[in-house]
Design a protein around this ligand. Sequence first.
Ligand code: F6P
Length: 553
Amino acid sequence: MTDAALIDQSPAWQALLKHHQALSSTTLEKLFAQNPQRGRQFKASAAGLYFDYSKNLINDETLDLLNELANSAHLTGAIEELFSGADVNSTEQRPALHTALRNPVSGKGEIATALTQLRDAMNTFADRLRQGEERGASGKAFRNIINLGIGGSDLGPRMIVAAFPELQAEGLHSHFAANVDSDVLKGILRQCQPETTLFLISSKSFSTLETLSNAGLARQWLSDAGFDAAQIACHFAAMTSQIEKAEAWGIKSERIFPLDEGVGGRFSLWSSIGLPIAIALGSQAFQQLLDGASAMDEHFRHTPFRENLPALHGLLSIWSINFNNHHSRAVLPYIHRLGELPNYLQQLTMESLGKRVTKTGQPCTYATGPVIWGSEGTNGQHSCHQLLLQGIGAVPVDFIATRKAHCQPLQHQYLLANCFAQSRALMLGKSYEQALVETLATGLEQDAATQLAMHKAIPGNRVSNTLLLEDFSPRTLGALLAFYEHSVYVQSVIWQINAFDQWAVELGKTMSTAVFEALNQPTSAIELDSSSQALIDHIQTPATGSPQPKAKQ
Ligand code: F6P
């Protein structure tokens, strides 16, 4: 471990602390009143995205200081390292290759060739499936494609496939089973016929419990339908970096779509893990998604931070978390098609930024990754926005909408009106005085009116970003996802942490293996804490006096 100065010791950080003090007496409302051009000034556009960040508690000086902070953290160099394939994943000595996947020709010779060949193989397979040319053991065309994967091998493809129902090939249905809870896959299988069902085992490591458990259930389902081993093999394909494991499981080698070790799980939808996208939406749409991401890559790599969308978003997140003490962020897409986006961003952000030591192994002396949550607008207005508006403690929001209508024009206008109104309500709130005028006007006695006004007052001064997609297309969605990936990278660079590993996840996996043994082997020597043991005892105590059956392996 080499000690490096922590970022909170830098002059830029210290200057931001002072600057925060100086700004604390102002409000968003005052900032807008002082500068009528503010909404036009604090915005940037690129790759089909319009980013309004004017409703952050910032001024020009804040941006200058954040720029200095980025320079102190050598952000420009770090961006170059990412794109040039340096080992930015320091604990696993690997690069992070997701940007190379969006633009294979930019890679080194043999990598570029391998990527292009893989993309061609994926596209051919996807297009053949869409045209009914890929067939199962009995010669019938596949009608149901079931992705078995979890985390990064599920969330991205699931979200994108759900976003474009109109692009799906007639008669071809896509499904996603992630949870180890067998009810999920069983529920899907009730809609399918063995002869026309193809399973995609999506697992970079080909060792994830949930995925292999579901794959086992799938194989059993085919076997129960009378398929022999050779016939079963016709109903599987796999996307993995562990070719040998997949072959040993029984996947035909020509049905294995490889994935480089250097592509992180949560950054992998651009790789062979994106096969369900190419199948469901077609290879052209998949290419457009990649092109949109690539356009955002170019913008991120070559644009000064003051106009650089992901850099601005990442730096404003730092401003929010480390200087304004906001440790959570809500993502609210006013686009039903993006209902799955908050889940996807949860993994991207929380698995990447939920770290407590720097790359050199020093404990961080500052807060890092935020809690990400959210739901689609307008649904959230009838569940969680009460807390956003009146709860104690502010939660910054990313509002997302489209400029051109993605749904019926009138309903699109309703969506936009609600989206913009929510960010205004967060910013302006309602003063106690305004609330009192309202309550008195209803004819209430003074005491009752005063009390009710306390409940109706809304603090305001709550910050948000608004992102407008030019239209809702695979291209703009690709740009949006790359925007968030790069914002995450920016934050990791400032915090000096590794965005590309996830060591803590391993602990849960190891412990669950031990608990599984304790649950299923009464003679197990595994020692557990008294709470876990009492829970197991409770499970194993038969309610009726007869012993509980052991879980089937
Ligand atoms: O949650 C941990 C994790 O390793 C994620 O990073 C990954 O996306 C997921 O599990 C699935 O992993 P795999 O693709 O290897 O099955």
